[in-house]
Unconditional design. Structure first.
Length: 179
């Protein structure tokens, strides 16, 4: 349906893919109206998801202050039911760590990624949704800190988990990213 605008919830899913492909500007174009429409429709779960992925797109575009503002709004909303949103909050903390890494604030990035991993239950939890992304971020942060052994350890853990849940390891974006 190329002649029709995407449904807002579909725009959220599509924008997640756009973000992973490095097409964050397109993601922002999709998510900005989708967020407004989802909030107006009272679809809180989808609206917060749109807001979170919009914050990630803003971060990926280097618009850190806008991203942090939106992340704080989402964090407050998800914290209203922290138990149900445990993995979402852990992933949000990962995004904050990535922003700090991008700004060169390595100590703050390390503290945030350590918090994210702890929220995911790592190292006991091995398949929490979003854990491999946090492990990849941890590897990048430790690499930037020149802590090569720890970076390799996190990257290896991300690869092991990604391979264990991939349908086909040769076709998995998660496996490729971890590798």
């Amino acid at each position: 349906d190329a002649d029709k605008p995407p449904m807002p919830d579909h725009a959220v899913s599509y924008s997640i893919i756009l973000n992973r492909l490095g097409r964050s500007d397109e993601s922002i174009e999709q998510l900005t109206p989708a967020s407004r429409e989802l909030h107006a429709a009272g679809s809180r779960l989808w609206a917060l998801s749109a807001d979170y992925h919009l914050a990630r797109a803003l971060m990926l575009s280097g618009r850190y202050d806008e991203s942090l503002d939106r992340l704080e709004q989402v964090r407050r909303a998800w914290s209203e039911n922290a138990t149900a949103n445990k993995d979402r909050l852990a992933d949000l903390t990962r995004t904050q760590a990535e922003i700090e890494l991008s700004k060169g604030r390595l100590d703050k990035a390390r503290g945030l990624i350590d918090s994210s991993l702890a929220q995911f239950g790592y190292p006991s939890a091995n398949v929490a949704l979003g854990l491999t992304a946090a492990l990849n971020a941890a590897a990048q942060i430790h690499l930037a800190r020149r802590d090569l052994g720890q970076a390799e350890s996190f990257a290896t853990a991300a690869l092991r988990i990604s391979e264990s849940i991939a349908r086909d390891v040769s076709q998995s974006a998660d496996v490729g990213e971890a590798a």
